[in-house]
Design a protein around this ligand. Sequence first.
Ligand SMILES: Nc1ncnc2c1ncn2[C@@H]1O[C@H](COP(=O)(O)O)[C@@H](OP(=O)(O)O)[C@H]1O
Ligand SMILES: CCc1ccc(OS(=O)(=O)O)cc1
Length: 264
Amino acid sequence: MALTTELGRQLQLREVGGILLQAATVDNWSEIQHFEAKPDDLLICTYPKSGTTWIQEIVDMIEQNGDVAKCQRAIIQHRHPFIEWARPPQPSGVEKANTMPSPRTLRTHLPTQLLPPSFWENNCKFLYVARNAKDCMVSYYHFQRMNQVLPDPGTWEEYFETFISGKVGWGSWFDHVKGWWEIKDRYQVLFLFYEDMKRDPKCEIQKVVQFMGKSLDETVLDEIVQETSFEKMKENPMTNRSTVPKFILDQSISPFMRKGEDSP
Ligand SMILES: Nc1ncnc2c1ncn2[C@@H]1O[C@H](COP(=O)(O)O)[C@@H](OP(=O)(O)O)[C@H]1O
Ligand SMILES: CCc1ccc(OS(=O)(=O)O)cc1
C-alpha cells in the first residue's frame, strides 16, 4: 500500500511557471532556485531524450583524458548531478552538487526561464544539445512507456497531441530549444546538434574539447569517438541504465538505448 502511494505520487507532474515537472522537483523548488553555481561550473543542458547520456559520456571521457577505466567509476546518473532531481529520501541533485569538488560538471533539463539565477550571475559555461523534434517525441514516447514512474503516454495519436502542446515533463520542445538558442550569444554557450554528432562525431567532440579549455591528442580523440558510439554505450552497464530496477525502468518494454538514429 505504501509503495502504491509512493509510486502514485511520483507519477504526478505539477506546474512551475506553466512548465510540468516531477512533483518531487516542485516540492523542492526553493532549494533548486537558491542553488549556488560557481564560475567554473560546466552545465550540460538538454531537452529530455536529446542525447543527454551521450554528451555526458563524451564530457566525462574528455575530463578523464580518454581513460576508459576512470569513466567506469560510477553509473552515468551519478557522475554529473542533475540539479532539479529530487526523489526523497535519496539526496537531491542540489545536495549532490553541493558536496562535489570543483570544477563541477552538472546537468539539467530546465528551460532558460527556470534555471537557478546563480548560473547566469556566475557566467557559467553551458553545453546545450538539441535534437530534432520528431526524434525527441518518438524517443520520449517510448521512454514514457517503459518508465514506470512517469504517466502512461497513451496511444501514439494521443501522445502526439500531448507532446505538441508541451504537456510533458520539462514543457514544450519548441520553447526549450528556442529559449536556449536565443541566449547563446549573450552567455558562454556551446550549442550542438545531435544530428551533427551522429554525422561527424570527431568534429563535434573536438568542439567540446576546445570549449572545455582542453587539448587532446588525435589518438585520444579517436578513442573517445569509439567509446561513445551508440553500439559501445548500449553494451556499457555504466551508460545503458541496466542497473536501474525494472519497477522503475522496464527495459523489456523498450530499451533505454533504443535506436540512437536521426530521421532522414
Ligand atoms: N552514443 C549514442 N549515440 C547516439 N544516440 C545515443 C547515444 N547514447 C544515447 N543515445 C540516444 O539518446 C536518446 C536518449 O536521450 P537522453 O540521454 O537525453 O535520455 C535515446 O534515443 P532513442 O530513443 O531514439 O534511441 C538513445 O538511444
Ligand atoms: C518527467 C519525465 C522525465 C524525463 C527524464 C527523466 O530523467 S532522465 O533524463 O532520463 O535522466 C526523468 C523524468
